[in-house]
Design a protein around this ligand. Structure first.
Ligand code: MTE
Ligand code: MO
Length: 251
C-alpha cells in the first residue's frame, strides 16, 4: 500500500505534469491492507479502518464479509466495511423520485434493454489511470426516459447497496450518452469488487462519480452532494477540469 500520512487519498494525489499525465501516488482505494502496512494511513483510510475494526468487534451491524486473502498474506477490507453480494436473483435497481412511472428492475430486465459499449480511460482523481477500459450497459437516459422525468426535476441521486456511498449528477449530465448503468466491464460481467452486478459509469468524470453496487436512482429537484463530495471533492468532476486543477499554477 502506498497510502501516505497527510495525503487524504484523493486531493493531494491529484497532480499532473504539463502533458496532463497524472504523477500522483497510487492508492488502492476501496481496499485497505492491514498488518505490516501499519497504521500510518490516510484519513479516509483510517475512517475505513475504524469502521472495519468496529465491525470486527461487533459495533458495526453490517459485519465483515468482505475479507479477501491475497498472495502477500494481507487481508483486504472494503473502506465502507462489508458489502453484500447480489446476483440475478437478489439484485434490484429502483428508479423513483420526480418521475411519472417509478420502476424496479431485475438484472435480466436491464440486460434485455439496448446495451451501449464505451471504451475510455478510467481516471481516479488520486492520479491512477487505466487506459482503454471497456464498459457496457444501459444508457442512464434510457431509464430516465422510461420513467418519465418530471418538469420540476433538476438532478439525479444515486445510492448503493453498500449502505454508505452516494453520488449525484445534474439532469443534463445524467442524460449524456456517455453515462451508463453498467453491467459489464472489460467485456465481462461486472464482478463484485468492481461494484457488480451493476454500477454507474460516468465516462467523462473522475471515477469517484462511477458509484459501485448501484441500487437506487432518484430524480430530485436539486443536486445533493455525494459521499466524496461531502468530503470536499467537486460535484462537477470533469476529468482535467475539476478538483482545483484550474486554480493550480503547476497544473
Ligand atoms: N459504492 C462505492 N462506489 C465507489 C467507491 C466506493 O468506495 N464505494 N469508490 C469510488 C472511487 S473513489 C473510485 S476511484 C472507483 C473505484 O472503482 P474500482 O474499485 O472498480 O476500481 O469507484 C468509485 N465508486
Ligand atoms: Mo477514486
Amino acid at each position: 500500500m502506498d497510502a501516505t500520512p497527510g495525503d487524504d487519498g484523493h486531493r493531494d494525489g491529484a497532480r499532473y505534469d504539463e502533458r496532463g499525465a497524472p504523477v500522483g501516488r497510487r492508492i488502492l482505494l476501496g481496499m485497505l491492507g492491514l498488518g505490516a502496512a501499519g497504521m500510518a494511513v490516510a484519513p479516509w483510510a483510517q475512517r475505513g479502518l475504524e469502521n472495519t475494526l468496529g465491525a470486527v468487534s461487533g459495533k458495526d451491524p453490517t459485519g465483515v464479509t468482505g475479507l479477501l486473502p491475497n498472495g502477500g498474506g494481507f487481508r483486504y477490507y472494503s473502506v465502507t466495511s462489508s458489502v453484500p453480494h447480489k446476483d440475478a436473483t437478489s439484485y434490484r435497481l429502483t428508479v423513483g423520485g420526480l418521475v411519472d412511472r417509478p420502476a424496479d428492475y431485475r438484472l435480466a430486465e436491464l440486460r434485455a434493454l439496448p446495451q451501449v459499449r464505451l471504451v475510455r480511460d478510467v481516471q481516479c482523481v488520486t492520479g491512477w489511470r487505466v487506459p482503454g477500459t471497456p464498459f457496457e450497459g444501459v444508457r442512464l437516459s434510457t431509464l430516465l426516459d422510461a420513467a418519465g422525468v418530471s418538469p420540476r426535476a433538476r438532478a439525479v441521486r444515486f445510492t448503493c447497496f453498500d449502505g454508505a456511498y452516494s453520488e449525484s449528477l445534474t439532469l443534463d449530465q445524467a442524460r449524456r450518452p456517455d453515462v451508463l448503468v453498467a453491467l459489464r466491464m472489460r467485456d465481462e460481467p461486472l464482478g463484485h469488487a468492481h461494484g457488480g452486478p451493476v454500477r454507474l459509469y460516468v465516462a467523462p468524470m473522475y471515477f469517484y462519480k462511477s458509484a459501485k453496487w448501484l441500487s437506487g436512482i432518484t430524480v430530485t429537484d436539486e443536486v445533493r452532494p455525494g459521499y466524496w463530495e461531502d468530503r470536499g471533492y467537486d460535484v462537477d468532476a470533469w476529468v482535467g477540469r475539476s478538483n482545483g486543477r484550474d486554480d493550480d499554477p503547476t497544473a
